[in-house]
Ligand binder design. Structure first.
Ligand code: PEP
Ligand code: MN
Length: 349
């Protein structure tokens, strides 16, 4: 059950409703909406919810009581039809923001892993010259082999943050573990949950309790319902509301590409959720020559953004070099993607 409070409802009214709900034995969590709040009532189903509905129905400040039939009730389109999601951070004293909505397509790009100061400086310089506002770069790397490069940890975060600050960019990085969360949150503007951790519920709860925007990748063997339920784990923590979903290919019998790009998921998710949906064509394909065509297909399919790997010297990359674009190639992708975005009524930012 979701109790949507009126636009002008005072804090006192909200507190009163929450207190009534709690005194009836339910748990409440606040859900910030664009200009109002909703109270997510945990444990109210069946008969118990109709009793509660009668008790609070006539109270001041209550606009609407919504019984969302989907299990992912906050993420559901049945709860919120459309919503703009703005990520705004103070970068080196200046406000930098990106807005996900149906007029913008948000580009996030950078190397798979942070490797050196030079690499991050060059990357940030290129991105800012193109007008890209979000830089990626993993400091904690989830590698299939324990012998592969595992990331530079906090040293890497420092290098990326310094480059992002210098060029006025937002920075997204992956967290693998609850133990890394606090450190990563000190340097990053958006936290990424990778495919292997999509169902790491303790990690989802922990990022949900932080005030950080989260990019949640689809598990390579997860259904869309499972993806949405994982998003719900984050959203249902007190006051959390900034989740972006990321498709990155799933595992199938096809071995032509590293993963199989799941573009059919785009329009399906658009029907089910108001959360922005972006594509990572790099991990979906595993090959740099496929990154541009996958991007183009996804723009036509309504993607809200992209997470793309690029590197100043892909041949020397310590991680995912084969799928990392060269700067020149990325510039070319950016120009063509901008034109295609304009054609579908969006702006690439
Ligand atoms: C990444 O983006 O660097 C990454 C490890 O991606 P995924 O979790 O999709 O494999
Ligand atoms: Mn990678």
């Amino acid at each position: 059950m979701m109790i949507v409070m009126e636009h002008g409802a005072s804090q006192q009214m909200v507190d009163k409703i929450a207190a009534i709900v709690q005194s009836n034995g339910f748990t409440t969590r606040m859900v910030p909406m664009e200009e109002q709040v909703a109270i997510n009532v945990l444990g109210a189903d069946g008969n118990r919810s109709s009793v509660l509905e009668t008790v609070i129905g006539g109270e001041d400040g209550v606009q609407d009581i919504r019984m969302v039939s989907d299990k992912y009730r906050i993420a559901s389109k049945k709860f919120i039809e459309d919503r703009t999601l703005t990520i705004e951070r103070n970068v080196h004293g200046a406000k930098v923001s990106v807005t996900f909505n149906d007029k913008n397509t948000v580009m996030m790009a950078g190397p798979c892993a942070v490797e050196s100061e030079d690499q991050m400086q060059r990357t940030a310089a290129l991105l800012s010259s193109l007008g890209v506002r979000v830089m990626r770069g993993g400091a904690y790397k989830p590698r299939s082999s324990p012998y592969d490069f595992q990331g530079l940890g906090e040293e890497g975060l420092k290098m990326a943050r310094a480059a992002a600050d210098q060029y006025g960019l937002l920075y997204i990085t992956e967290v693998l573990d609850v133990a890394d969360l606090e450190t990563a949150a000190r340097y990053a503007d958006i936290l990424q949950i990778g495919t292997r951790n999509m169902q790491n519920y303790k990690l989802l709860e922990a990022v949900g309790k932080s005030d950080m925007p989260v990019l949640l990748k689809r598990g390579f063997n997860a259904t869309l319902d499972e993806l949405l339920l994982s998003a719900e784990y984050i959203l249902c923590q007190q006051n959390h509301h900034q989740v972006v979903l990321c498709l990155r290919g799933i595992r199938t019998f096809e071995n032509e590409t590293r993963n199989t790009v799941d573009l059919g998921a785009l329009p399906i998710l658009k029907q089910r959720t108001w959360l922005p949906v972006v594509l990572d064509p790099s991990h979906a394909s595993g090959r740099r020559s496929l990154v541009k065509p996958f991007t183009q297909m996804a723009i036509a399919g309504g993607a809200d953004g992209f997470l793309i790997e690029m590197h100043p010297y892909p041949e020397q990359a310590r991680c995912d070099g084969a799928q990392s674009m060269r700067f020149r190639e990325f510039g070319d992708l950016y120009d063509e993607a901008s034109a295609l975005c304009r054609y579908v009524g969006r702006q690439l930012i």
